[in-house]
Design a protein around this ligand. Structure first.
Ligand code: LER
Ligand code: MN
Length: 278
């Protein structure tokens, strides 16, 4: 069975697809109760939590923190690698996440922080190069702290240069950071990929983490996405990383998590039966 995680943040936020908001201890308790093996913590800035507190929660509940989400630095504070005015602030903000990650043994996600290059063809090339320089700089800093960076393709309404798994694989080829891995999010893939299983198959060698969300950003099973071929592919590939529910708490966090876990369980046991040819 795949290791599963829920998403949580210590602050009260309204719009982000994060399952548990404002109660980190409650998030660890809920994750343990529902058979998850991790809590993916989303932080606008690293100072929102302290490492000893997180480590105590991890040890009390026997759970990992697979990665730290950073998207709120972009969505709430406008910090992105694509924007020349705030690029330095964005890198510095995420250095804080990297230091915290090194203390709790997690990775750091770069998703919304990639940002938008804008429509002007004359400046797009230069801005993309500078954004990738910022990413490469963060990767080097993370490498010196023993931390993995997870680069996530986002749908076209949230980012205008890293939309598909192929886009991220091309960036990985360009910057060649040994600690850069790919994060595949089924919600974004459903919008951008022509063939989701084929795209995921291409990602496998560099896949470090998966965000599970249905077509409507709710828990798997609450929309119309077909998770069976994706879970089957992951099971057959021997993927060892986490699958994390990055979803809205609809109808509420507990019901959403239970439904997501049940969907993955039901489909994964089906995948195992197929695999064994029974
Ligand atoms: C936002 O849509 C998302 O998927 C996040 O993981 C990016 O930071
Ligand atoms: Mn995501």
């Amino acid at each position: 069975m795949f290791p599963l995680a829920l998403t949580a943040t210590p602050a009260e936020v309204r719009c982000a697809p994060i399952l548990v908001r404002g109660d980190l201890a409650g998030a660890f308790r809920l994750a343990a109760e529902c058979g998850c093996r991790g809590v993916e913590i989303h932080l606008r800035e690293a100072s929102q939590v302290d490492a000893p507190t997180v480590r105590r929660l991890m040890s009390d509940y026997g759970l990992a923190v697979p990665t730290l989400g950073t998207g709120m630095a972009a969505t709430l504070d406008g910090l992105t690698f694509a924007d020349p005015v705030v690029r330095r602030l964005a890198v510095d903000r995420l250095r804080g996440h990297v230091r915290l990650a090194s203390e709790i043994g997690s990775a750091v996600t770069v998703g919304s922080v990639s940002g938008r290059l804008g429509p002007d063809a004359a400046t797009r090339r230069e801005r993309r190069a500078a954004a990738l320089d910022a990413l490469a700089e963060l990767c080097r800093y993370a490498e010196s702290h023993g931390v993995t960076i997870l680069l996530e393709p986002l749908n076209r309404y949230e980012c205008d240069y890293l939309n598909t798994i192929a886009d991220v694989l091309a960036v990985a080829e360009e910057i060649r950071a040994p600690n850069l891995r790919l994060l595949a999010d089924t919600f974004h893939m459903n919008i951008e990929e022509a063939d989701m299983p084929a795209a995921l198959a291409a990602a496998l060698p560099q896949l470090g983490h998966v965000h599970l969300a249905d077509s409507n950003r709710q828990a798997p099973g609450r929309g119309h996405l077909d998770f069976a071929p994706l879970l089957d592919l992951l099971a057959r590939s021997g993927y060892q990383g986490f699958l994390s529910f990055e979803v809205f708490p609809i109808p509420d966090p507990v019901a959403a998590l239970r439904q997501g876990v049940k969907t993955v369980h039901d489909l994964s046991s089906g995948a195992r039966v197929d695999k064994e040819g029974v």
